[in-house]
Design a protein. Structure first.
Length: 154
């Protein structure tokens, strides 16, 4: 009986290196994509939260909540919805503070006032304001709040 042994084919060192390097490249792609998406989501989330804070203060003023006018103070790492005629003279009991991680998100007022006040019962804003939200990756979004109450996200 003459039996043939199966032939074994060995991979060369070049084939092994190519396979390992290709697997390494494919493994890093999701991490590279993930970091960019994460920054974009953080920026858009902060933008949305700031817009929500402006609308909330306007709604509270229109409702005459706590028999007061309402406003929003925009700072570098936080946004504060407050009751009162100004941030300096506000009633701190009613403060609603949105804080952002300053190492990841930067907030700045690019035009207008960092303090937007809304008239009691009418909700008319005191000033037009443009707010810029920037993340670590320099992904920037803006919010434009006009004197007629329109909110635009860019």
């Amino acid at each position: 009986m003459n039996q043939k042994l199966p032939q074994l084919q060995a991979m060369t060192i070049i084939e092994v290196l190519l396979t390992v390097s290709l697997m390494g490249i494919l493994a890093t792609v999701p991490f590279a994509l993930d970091s960019g998406i994460t920054y974009r989501i953080q920026t858009e989330s902060a933008q949305s939260q700031i817009g929500h804070a402006l609308r909330k203060a306007q709604l509270y003023a229109q409702q005459g909540r706590h028999d007061s006018s309402w406003g929003v103070s925009i700072q570098s790492s936080s946004v504060i919805v407050f009751a009162g005629n100004s941030y300096a003279t506000r009633n701190q009991i009613y403060d609603d503070i949105l804080s952002f991680d300053s190492s990841k998100i930067s907030i700045s007022v690019t035009s207008g006032s960092p303090e937007v006040l809304f008239a009691k019962t009418t909700g008319v804003p005191s000033a037009a304001t443009t707010v810029s939200v920037t993340s670590d990756s320099a992904d920037a979004k803006s919010i434009v709040f006009s004197t007629d109450g329109r909110l635009t996200y860019n």
